[in-house]
Ligand binder design. Sequence first.
Ligand code: GTP
Ligand code: ZN
Length: 309
Amino acid sequence: MSTQRLNGTVMRSTGSFYDVLAPDGRHYNCRVRGKIRLEGIKETNPVAVGDHVAFDPEHEIGSITEILPRTNHILRQSVKKTGHSHILAANVDQALLVVTLAMPRTSLGFIDRFLVSAEAFRIPQVIVFNKKDLLLPEESELTQQLIALYTSLGVTCFSLSAREESADAVQHVLQNKITLIAGHSGVGKSTLLNKLAPHIEQTVGDISSSSEKGTHTTTFAEMFQLDERTFVIDTPGVKEWGLVDTQRQELSDYFPEMRDRRLDCKFGARCIHVSEPKCAVIDAVQSGAIAPSRYQNYLGMLLGEDNRK
Ligand SMILES: Nc1nc2c(ncn2[C@@H]2O[C@H](COP(=O)(O)OP(=O)(O)OP(=O)(O)O)[C@@H](O)[C@H]2O)c(=O)[nH]1
Ligand SMILES: [Zn+2]
């Protein structure tokens, strides 16, 4: 039986099965037949959520035959440095991190690691400071300071109570984009998703009942369609992205406020801004032009401290 080859978008993956959305709105359950390789990627069949693929919709299970060119991809942190990288998602337009200064309070170290990872993959960032209704006055004030700081670094920020308020402003920045959403458990990611797309849970139920019941998919990303051209990718259970293999000298490239200054360091691109003489970054920290928390977190990442929580 020969059928017409279709193009579609991978919405969900279990590692062996893929839920592919065709342009006509139908979902197809697919596998990869044969071997697909992508230049520069070690993995065989590196199909990821967000990939545009060509597939043959024959039989009950379609066959993915090709991964169409990507704009980008995000690697997932591998537990050990085995050289095996797992691709978390592809074709991501922006990354949205949900945080809160109420409980469970998100650390600035975690926020900065997230921003650095996104920056390394050249993906624009959005932060939603959630649980506004629970904040003590000093926590509110700190939230405002952080919003000023991160806005000055090019991050789009919101302060919100996902439970009590509308999420229209957030919805607006998602429009016509693919947005990867992340956040620690308990910060209100599901509450926000439900506000953005009340139909999501229904969709999730439909997919799992039509494909593989009982399969553990929690560590894989899944994509939801909010409208024809707007998608969000949820990453349950994924704490951290894999940083692109960075040289120590490169790390400050992913801190925009350091990137802009590093050429003024005496040692130029070789400066790692720790104790070098005539370092423009250290000068900027001392004058208050670079936030102390950002510099501390830079040092933490540079020196490999565990500030992931
Ligand atoms: N007061 C208040 N509570 C909130 C807000 N957003 C979420 N919550 C509550 O915080 C708890 C956790 O919210 P979830 O949306 O489940 O958090 P999550 O980040 O999805 O956590 P996981 O489901 O564990 O990944 C729930 O009891 C929510 O009702 C908020 O803006 N204000
Ligand atoms: Zn320097």
